[in-house]
Design a protein around this ligand. Structure first.
Ligand code: HEC
Ligand code: HEC
Length: 220
């Protein structure tokens, strides 16, 4: 499994690092090492879907982006700050800090997985949270008229499974189709059973109606 890891996974997740500064190279090498050595590699791979590379983080040169790239790839793919609302980031990061400090509740498994993981100090943690909150997702107004419709219901069920229900104003009508397509990949990724190919599932959600709804209420 470790070799599969290095070949199939690490290049995709971390290749963006290779063009970055030397300090980041060290962080990548470290993460690469951790992932390849972990007996729980398969599990680490499935915690968060692959989405962006460090160079694609908002304000990639900022302290917050550098801390995110340094600490948040130790156990899973790099998280996108736009995934969660500012309010949601606070408890998520607290949960992650808890783990990085070795206080997680998964007993021996976590201890194993934690070997070699480093945790940010108080100041760094505050910078991290402030950065993620600044670039967070914007939630739709719960009174938004679109939510009363049938397609609005579909949108709210399908699109609030992993994060807050997004504000249609966040993107233009031209941008929404590719965002929703990416989300469909995340959904397929989440639902793919690891193991025997015959057992793998890829439920299809017909997103055409959702895209049309988002486009009707999109940013102009
Ligand atoms: C010590 C290992 C570890 C580190 C380091 C870590 N995470 Fe996680 N992360 C996990 C585990 C385990 C899960 C799956 C269980 C869960 O969601 O709590 C997870 C899941 C997630 C999820 C998906 C679940 C959700 O609530 O959306 C996000 C987002 C996330 N982490 C963000 C981060 C961020 C941001 C950082 C850096 C500040 C970080 N992680 C660092 C172990 C880690
Ligand atoms: C299986 C989990 C999952 C589901 C279900 C899901 N998303 Fe996401 N979403 C993510 C993850 C992971 C990210 C961060 C990575 C990324 O942007 O690709 C994200 C980020 C976003 C963002 C912020 C990034 C951007 O480009 O603006 C928007 C908007 C979004 N999702 C919209 C949606 C919509 C609309 C749906 C319903 C069709 C949906 N999501 C369903 C996992 C999911």
């Amino acid at each position: 499994m470790p070799s599969l890891f290095i070949r199939a996974l690490v290049p995709a997740a971390l290749s963006g690092f290779l063009s970055c500064a030397a300090a980041q190279d060290a962080a990548v090498e470290r993460a690469q090492y951790l992932w390849s050595q972990s007996p729980h590699g398969r599990m680490l791979e499935r915690l968060l879907p692959p989405s962006i590379e460090p160079g694609q983080l908002p304000e990639p040169q900022s302290a917050g982006a550098r801390l995110t790239a340094r600490y948040c790839i130790q156990c899973h793919y790099l998280p996108n700050p736009q995934m969660h609302t500012p309010a949601r980031w606070q408890p998520v990061v607290e949960r992650m800090l808890w783990r990085m400090r070795g206080e997680g509740n998964m007993g021996a498994l976590m201890k194993d997985m934690m070997a070699g993981v480093t945790a940010p100090g108080e100041t760094e943690a505050a910078t991290l949270v402030a950065y993620l909150r600044k670039h967070g997702q914007r939630e739709i107004d719960p009174q938004h008229p679109a939510l009363g419709t049938r397609s609005g219901q579909m949108f709210s069920i399908a699109c609030s499974q992993c994060h807050a229900l997004p504000d249609p104003q966040r993107h233009t009508a031209g941008e929404w189709p590719s965002v929703v397509q990416r989300m469909q990949q995340h959904m397929a990724w989440t639902n793919t059973v690891v193991g025997i190919p015959a057992l793998r599932t890829n439920p299809e959600l017909d997103t055409r109606e959702i895209v049309r709804l988002l486009q009707r209420h999109a940013r102009r």
